[in-house]
Design a binder for this molecule. Structure first.
Ligand code: SF4
Length: 333
């Protein structure tokens, strides 16, 4: 059996444990020769190549321009210092009142539930985030939960990270129970790429846990290209829908990946087929190492106009930029 097909026999935990990879191994599997950062480069030490097998098998072999491959491949251009690109592009260090909490927007607070992800997206705005100071451990979560308890304006908690669905069910259940004890929290939103990356993660047990009647639960998946979907992803999304979870998608506008009206329209159509509504299309957060993904704002606006001309309004995502210090994402088009 091929290495790429093997995941069908494995549990989600086993697939997750096998995600670290080196560039040579990836190029060998995909029959490619590409210019990678050297394995010992500090950028790769700090933010290594990580890709799960279900995503890997959707990458076209022999195609160095594959839109899924470009999201994960640590090319040598990451080492270029580009003016305007920094390690904290959205000013999160100024909105970090307690370890593990980001509180930027009125009514909502974000819990950094874990530093782990199933995939390392090379454009990630948190690729330099100081997680070592921000994943408190259970005994210190009490302080963070007290912060939420003492601010009755917070009605929605966003579980983020990292990717919160990389946590075992028992940790998620603990968070749900603790948050359920805070009466003013009505909604739980989970930001995750797991239904796309490792659809096997969406087990009946997880669906039951997320369907907690104490909250309205929203899952914001993160897909950038229609090619990320297959039957396994569809089945995962359908299971979540059946459990009563609201499914939304956020994407990042990425050069050579989805910066055409055709790619974005295909993504919206594919999301809707899977039961997911397009929500945000983010302009790139200018994080160092990711300048080669940047698409000019004017191009983003023109793409949204092109989508409006060919899709119903509910399939056109909102184009937004996150500006440090602003009290909401800034609509751009
Ligand atoms: S899954 Fe999300 S948090 Fe993790 S690397 Fe990708 S964009 Fe960043």
């Amino acid at each position: 059996m091929s290495q790429l097909a093997l995941h069908q026999q494995l549990s989600w935990q086993e697939i997750l444990a096998a995600t670290p990879m080196d560039s040579r191994q990836l190029c060998h599997l995909l029959a490619l020769e590409m210019d990678s950062l050297p394995a010992e480069h500090p950028l790769l030490k700090q933010f290594p190549l990580r890709v799960p097998a279900p995503f890997l098998k959707r990458i076209e072999k022999g195609n160095p321009a594959d839109p899924l491959l470009l999201q994960i491949f640590p090319g040598s251009q990451e080492a270029l210092a580009v003016p305007g690109f920094s390690s904290d592009p959205v000013g999160e260090s100024d909105a970090n009142p307690k370890p593990g909490i980001l509180h930027k927007y009125k009514g909502r607070a974000l819990l950094l539930a874990t530093s782990s992800c199933a995939i390392h997206c090379r454009y990630c705005f948190r690729r330099h985030f100081p997680y070592q100071d921000n994943i408190p451990g259970k005994q210190h979560w009490r302080e963070s939960l007290e912060y939420l308890e003492h601010d009755s304006t917070i009605s929605e908690v966003i579980l983020s990270g990292g990717d919160p669905l990389t946590l075992p069910d028992k940790y998620l259940a603990w968070f749900m129970t603790e948050l359920g004890n805070i009466s003013h929290i009505r909604r739980i939103r989970i930001h995750t790429r797991l239904p796309i990356m490792i659809p096997q993660r969406i087990t009946p047990e997880l669906c039951k846990l997320l369907a907690n009647p104490r909250f309205q639960t929203i899952l914001v998946i993160h897909s950038n290209h229609a090619q990320e979907f297959d039957d396994e992803v569809d089945a995962a999304c359908q299971a979540l829908k059946r459990a009563g979870i609201t499914l939304l998608n956020q994407s990042v506008l990425l050069k050579h990946i989805n910066d055409s009206a055709q790619a974005l329209a295909a993504l919206s159509e594919r999301l809707f087929k899977a039961g997911v509504l397009p929500y945000y299309l983010h302009l790139l957060d200018r994080v160092s190492g990711a300048a080669h993904f940047d698409v000019p704002q004017e191009t983003g606006k023109a793409l949204i106009s092109a989508l409006q001309a060919q899709l119903p309004g509910y399939l056109v995502p909102k184009l937004v930029r996150e500006n440090p210090g602003h009290n909401a994402k800034t609509p751009v088009a």
